[in-house]
Write a protein of this length. Structure first.
Length: 135
């Protein structure tokens, strides 16, 4: 099944001593043609150093995702942002979670499930009709 992988799954996969590392790696390895939003690459760039990952390792991970033959990158575009704005307005969603809604909308607009460890996001998505696979 094609899925869109949330940033938190990528973070847990990259951090080997995280409590969800094995599950995140398993999810990624079992995914068929997994999709990641380009925003996730940006988010990884500022999240991984906060977990003590050195610059060279962060760069290596970002380039791995950017040039991956395994993942397909969904590029953030003006047209996608317009869709996100409309979707947020229709559903009364807050810009406080703007980054989450970009990624969730990307999955929703493609009619594929979002895979995430974020229980709060998962609950909000399900409430407005976005398919989620909770991990």
């Amino acid at each position: 099944m094609k899925t869109l992988v949330d940033t938190n799954v990528l973070v847990y996969d990259a951090i080997e001593n995280s409590p969800h590392h094995d599950r995140a790696s398993d999810i990624i390895n079992k995914s068929e043609d997994p999709l990641i939003n380009s925003l996730s690459i940006v988010e990884l760039g500022f999240v991984l150093p906060r977990y003590g990952i050195d610059n060279d390792s962060v760069l290596m991970k970002l380039e791995e995702l950017l040039h991956s033959d395994y993942f397909t990158v969904s590029w953030l575009t003006g047209k996608m942002l317009e869709g996100v704005f409309a979707f947020m307005a229709e559903n009364g969603l807050s810009f406080r979670d703007f980054n989450d809604w970009i990624i969730a909308y990307d999955a929703h607009s493609r009619n594929i499930p979002l895979v995430t460890f974020d229980k709060t996001l998962s609950k909000k998505c399900k409430k407005i009709g976005i398919e989620v696979i909770e991990e």
